[in-house]
Design a protein around this ligand. Structure first.
Ligand code: NAI
Length: 349
């Protein structure tokens, strides 16, 4: 975590420069809301918008921009080809920037209809290897092999990140999620590494759970979980399960960290293509990602101003888009957030 705090960020004339990757589907409209809210909150951030199309040069430019700025906010980038030789640009960005950890803080919003209430779980996911190694090939006709890569070094830094996070944030327990009973070498290494790292943190309880049981426990008794660590694909699935319990894809944000760069995005990383352009997408996940980004940049008062406006809008006023069972349009939610910002008694400036 110390390393994360040391990430360099671009700042010119007192304003931060951040790369914005709108991506496909609902990404562009959600980014428009972020810009609008930042304008009214007076957030000292300028965006360098990079649209990633099908050209490889687009991806190169995005990477150059993030390396220059240190920080990005991102929607999901669509990779249309189904060919194994065309890699997901989302995965390519995370790998190229070595964003080895993804953090999803799944905290219930009071007042939002949900299957489970009062959830407060932190999912910490290995973000660059495992089942996302993208090493697949057809060895002979009709036989496909897919490599799941687990390394001790990456398992070690994810586990260490999780225990440091737990220590810093007053969390009590870290649970390693795995399938080491079947994947004895790969998940076995991940589990053993986390057990070894746990010994350096005697004040934090450590236990482990098999992924299958974990999914059942999450939907039936989710309150037993505190901080969870897991490999890449389990992380994606478990994140989606918990987001579903709390209120769906439109609410929570996720953070991607490496030793040098940080990317903020909606927690479930969906494209939302089917609802794009209809003014019904929930803007909260992307706005929460922008709040995370402001906190990361040190603009804590602006972050708090926007966060409070979000909470008032969805918990007290209950201005909810259809995914939360409401009938508000995306722009109704954003407008109410802006109204709260304008009426706030605490101003960062
Ligand atoms: P999707 O984009 O269809 O979304 C799943 C559901 O959540 C849909 O019903 C959608 O309407 C809803 N939803 C998503 N965001 C919402 C919002 N802000 N407000 C209200 N409802 C919202 O997801 P799907 O089918 O899983 O994936 C679509 C594409 O995204 C695929 O190409 C997939 O590969 C990619 N994807 C990439 C991920 C990554 O890690 N890069 C993770 C998940 C999906």
């Amino acid at each position: 975590i110390k390393k994360v705090e040391a990430i360099p960020v671009a700042m010119y004339g007192g304003r931060h420069h951040v790369t914005m990757l709108p991506g496909g589907g609902i990404g562009p409209e959600l980014m428009g809301y972020v810009k609008e809210v930042f304008k009214y909150a007076g957030a000292p951030v300028d965006f360098e918008v990079v649209d990633i199309g099908d050209e490889n040069s687009d991806l190169d430019y995005a990477l150059t921009s993030i390396k220059r700025n240190g920080v990005a906010i991102k929607g999901n980038i669509e990779t249309k080809s189904e060919s194994a030789s065309v890699v997901s640009r989302n995965v390519a960005i995370r790998n190229e920037l070595d964003l080895y950890v993804n953090i999803l803080h799944c905290k219930s919003y009071p007042g939002v209809p949900a299957r489970q209430k009062d959830i407060d779980i932190v999912i910490i996911r290995q973000n660059t290897e495992g089942e996302y190694a993208m090493l697949e090939h057809e060895s002979v006709d009709g036989v496909v092999e897919s490599m799941k890569v687990v390394t001790e070094s990456n398992s070690d830094r994810v586990a260490r990140f999780a225990f440091e996070y737990a220590k810093k944030n007053g969390r009590k327990r870290v649970t390693t999620i795995h399938k080491a009973n079947i994947m004895k070498l790969s998940d076995g290494l991940f589990l053993e590494t986390s057990r070894r790292v746990a010994k350096d943190y005697p004040e934090i309880e450590h236990n482990d759970m098999i992924i299958d049981n974990c999914c059942m426990q999450l939907v039936s008794k989710p309150h037993q979980f505190d901080v969870m660590i897991m490999t890449n694909l389990y992380g994606s699935i478990v994140s989606n399960v918990v987001c579903g319990l709390i209120g769906g894809a439109g609410l929570l944000s996720g953070k991607n960290y490496g030793d040098h760069y940080a990317i903020f995005e909606p927690g479930t990383r969906n494209t939302g293509t089917a609802i794009a352009g209809k003014n019904i997408a929930n803007p909260i996940a992307m706005l929460s990602a922008s709040v995370d980004m402001l906190n990361h940049l040190g603009h804590v008062q602006h972050a708090e101003l926007i966060q409070r406006a979000i909470e008032k809008t969805i918990c007290e006023d209950k201005i909810h888009t259809p995914d939360l069972g409401g009938s508000a349009r995306s722009t109704d939610v954003v407008q109410r957030i802006i109204d709260h910002i304008l009426q706030a008694d605490i101003r960062p400036w």
